[in-house]
Design a protein around this ligand. Structure first.
Ligand code: HEM
Length: 410
């Protein structure tokens, strides 16, 4: 556990004083009403700097420009996804999250197993189920809001359950696990005490181990069949390889979608003209979803430097931690002029799903979930807004999440 201690290490000798930032990135991002604006203040400083607390109390490099982040994502030879990552240390296991924390060339075999399940065509097959889940949740929201309260909490009543139900159905897990999954997810990804995070990480693992035992007997869904039946170089995947995949879906597919939908809905609820434009121009929805994903790029991921090197004029040492906050890169005006507003004519590709070998496998599913959610809300409710006197709340850790978003409509 010593690697997870929350006291920051002394400043390493290779960090020049002008690149040392004596702050916690999470605290800095929580300073304003909007964490994306708060984080974007770092675009005024050096493109690459060493933070006293880069993530969960650990010191490390922070990449604060779009061009550099894109370069690091592509360069897996120098920026490894393997080893020293929070979660595997917390669980005390000897396998990695799979494929997200495995480098090429090994990564390629695992990715090939999963890829066919997440193509646009496969997502087309999931669309009916996604719509059904969305409609069911929106009907509940409408019923409870119209039964006197007049408002809903978009986050707890829609944004959190929506991707969780979809995740459960992809994995073949019982729907009544949803509540427990929210709780573990909150404790793991947003808990403030390391003990609480470790307990959550290990509870999830114990649940996934039980699920694995059942899948060995009878795989419950096409995704489970693909994973349980997969062979790489003539060998079936071992337990660690499979659990690494299950865990990746858990941490990758829930929090990210719920956070993006919530930030997007807050934007829509505070921009009546943009809201009406989307209602009147459904053909622009796909582009709008990409712009919302760009503006509300909720993820910050990590890498480990593989060798001593000078990179973009900065001396880096083997095993240095590198934090990759996509939310800063996606507000970089050099890549996206007028970065804090939606511009449906933008040509530069957004980076929210990363790039390079680990480009998000679930991106087509995520886009579809977000589009269906927005489309259905806009069709069902007029003049969606935050009621007067109400406020939203958020927290900005490694992922930026909305905690509550009160909404009302006509
Ligand atoms: C708005 C929603 C989402 C965002 C912003 C997002 C973002 C990302 C990012 C940035 C990465 C790269 C991480 C890294 O390189 O360290 C990634 C990888 C991944 N994501 Fe997503 N993701 C989202 C939704 C999903 C969903 C719904 C799923 C699946 C159900 C999913 C599955 C994965 C997987 C399996 C990987 C690893 C790919 C690989 O290593 O080859 N993601 N995602």
């Amino acid at each position: 556990m010593s690697e997870l201690a929350s006291t920051p290490a002394p400043v390493p000798a290779h960090i020049p004083p002008e690149l040392y930032w004596d702050h916690s990135l999470a605290e800095f991002n929580n300073q304003l009403d909007d964490p994306f604006i708060a984080a974007s203040r770092l675009l005024e400083g050096p493109p690459l700097f060493w933070a006293r607390e880069a993530v969960h109390g650990r010191s490390g490099w922070v990449i604060a420009r779009h061009a550099l982040l894109q370069e690091a994502f592509m360069d897996w030879q120098h920026f490894s996804s393997e080893g020293g990552m929070d979660l595997t240390l917390m669980m005390g296991v000897d396998w990695n999250l799979n494929p997200v924390n495995i480098d090429p060339p090994k990564h390629t075999g695992y990715r090939k197993v999963l890829l066919p399940m997440f193509t646009p065509k496969s997502v087309n097959h999931m669309e009916a189920a996604v719509r059904e889940t969305c409609d069911m949740l929106i009907a509940k929201v409408a019923e409870s809001a119209e039964n006197g309260r007049g408002t809903c909490d978009f986050v707890s009543e829609f944004a959190m359950p929506f991707p969780t139900y979809i995740f459960l159905s992809l994995m073949g897990m019982p729907i009544d696990m949803a509540g427990q999954f929210f709780q573990w997810e909150q404790d793991l990804l947003h808990g403030t005490s390391m003990e609480g995070r470790v307990i959550a990480a290990r509870s999830i693992l114990a649940y996934l181990e039980g699920h694995l035992a059942q899948q060995k007997i009878a795989p419950a869904t096409p995704l489970m069949e693909a994973i349980m039946g997969a062979e790489i170089d003539g060998k079936k995947l071992n337990d660690g390889e499979v659990l690494g995949m299950f865990y990746t879906f858990y941490v990758g597919g829930l929090d990210t979608v719920y956070a993006t939908i919530s930030w997007s809905m807050r934007y829509i609820a505070t921009r009546p003209q943009f809201q009406q434009f989307l209602r009147d121009n459904p053909d622009k929805l796909n582009k709008a979803v990409d712009e919302l994903l760009r503006m509300f790029a909720v993820v910050s991921t990590q890498r480990r430097v593989t060798q001593d090197m000078t990179w973009n004029g900065v001396e880096m040492k083997k095993d240095d931690l590198v934090v990759m906050p996509i939310f800063i890169a996606c507000r970089d005006a050099d890549a996206y002029p007028n970065p804090h507003e939606a511009d449906l004519e933008r040509k530069t590709q957004m980076l929210s799903f990363a790039t390079g070998p680990h480009l998000c496998l679930g991106m087509h599913l995520a886009r579809r979930e977000i589009r269906i959610a927005i489309e259905t809300f806009l069709a069902r409710f007029a003049n969606i807004r935050i009621p007067e006197g109400h406020h939203y709340t958020y927290h900005a850790g490694p992922t930026f999440n909305v905690d509550s978003l009160p909404l009302t409509w006509d």
